[in-house]
Design a protein around this ligand. Structure first.
Ligand SMILES: Nc1ncnc2c1ncn2[C@@H]1O[C@H](COP(=O)(O)OP(=O)(O)OP(=O)(O)O)[C@@H](O)[C@H]1O
Ligand SMILES: [Mg+2]
Length: 306
């Protein structure tokens, strides 16, 4: 049994004045205990929506999410279900998730389980125990993110989710904080779902990479395989355009056109209007993932005529 098992998940954002946006359009994903899964993809492809659905914050439209063998969702875990505290999220901006008026030690103590003290948790994230008496503004951005991580691990989660936890940090802090999250997850046996648009950092810490495009996972595989031998044309384009060290999400230069509107996705394979290898079938039928790759280039079966 996987720690987290997401199957055919669909999440629509509905608003009264606009057509619904299908931010997550049929995603399958697993995370095993102690495994680090890197989820990558351009801005707007649905990464945060997927993460919020996993945490029970956003209700899925259809599909299933099982965590520790039980369903997560509006009909599953309730707000006060203790199982929800076993999924902890670290967000991009630690300022937004830390209370500016409370000492950080107090904030870490809020969710504390087990015998550790806030000071010990600060030491585990590479800070000094006596910093517990300080306020969030008395730290650097990288230190604040370490505090957010300390607060997350204080709850002894079995699944840690980082939603772009390093993209607000400078380059040197990025690799350190990413490495810290990996180390903490692996040593406690927790799973880590690490969301980033930066493949170069994900490569350093993830056991497995999942590449998302417009609400779908187009390729997934062990990190070394995806990195050394990317199969999906979108993965290849992402690798060819590793973002700038400042983390700005540059669009791959060789990809024509913009990211399509998820409210009206292209027919067939949703990547086909931008794909350098587009074939007739691609605009007509959606590729089924085979060996972790959803692309007609790798589908040996003759597509049936529509
Ligand atoms: N509350 C909302 N209401 C309507 N549309 C939304 C809402 N939240 C997200 N969306 C839309 O859903 C799509 C996916 O957004 P999401 O935030 O999940 O993407 P993301 O991959 O996390 O992007 P980023 O890398 O910029 O954080 C986008 O088209 C976005 O505009
Ligand atoms: Mg996001």
């Amino acid at each position: 049994m996987s720690l987290l098992s997401v199957e055919d998940l669909v999440v629509d954002h509905r608003s009264p004045d606009r057509p619904p946006v299908r931010a997550v359009a049929g995603v399958g994903l697993t995370v095993e205990p102690g495994e680090v899964v890197g989820l990558v993809g351009e801005s707007g492809c649905g990464k945060s929506t997927l993460a919020r659905a996993i945490c029970g914050i956003t209700a899925p439209t259809s599909g299933s999410i099982d965590f520790e063998g039980r369903p997560v969702g509006p009909l599953g875990l309730r707000r006060r279900d203790p199982a929800l505290t076993r999924i902890q999220m670290v967000f991009q901006d630690p300022f937004a998730s830390l209370n500016p008026r409370r000492r950080v030690g107090r904030q870490i103590a809020d969710g504390l389980r087990g015998d550790a003290t806030p000071g010990e948790l600060l030491e585990r994230v590479g800070l000094d125990a006596d910093m517990a008496g300080r306020y969030p503004h008395e730290f650097s951005g990288g230190q604040r993110q370490r505090i957010a991580i300390a607060r997350a691990i204080a709850a002894q989660p079995s699944l840690l989710i980082g939603d772009e936890p390093i993209s607000a940090l400078d380059a040197s802090a990025q690799a350190q904080v990413a490495g810290l999250m990996r180390a903490l997850a692996v040593e406690s046996g927790a799973g880590l779902l690490f969301i980033s648009h930066d493949l170069s950092v994900v490569r350093l810490i993830a056991d497995r990479i999942a590449v998302m495009y417009l609400g779908k996972i187009v390729e997934t595989g062990p990190t070394a395989e995806v990195w050394d031998d990317p199969k999906h044309p979108y993965t290849r384009a992402l690798l060819a355009a590793i973002p700038e060290p400042d983390g700005s999400g540059t669009l791959p230069a060789e990809l024509p056109g913009d990211v399509p509107n998820p409210a009206a996705p292209p027919s067939g394979c949703r990547f086909h209007p931008r794909c350098p290898h587009v074939m007739d079938v691609c605009s007509v039928r959606e590729p089924v993932p085979r060996d972790g790759v959803a692309c007609w280039l790798y589908d040996s079966a003759e597509p049936a005529a529509e």
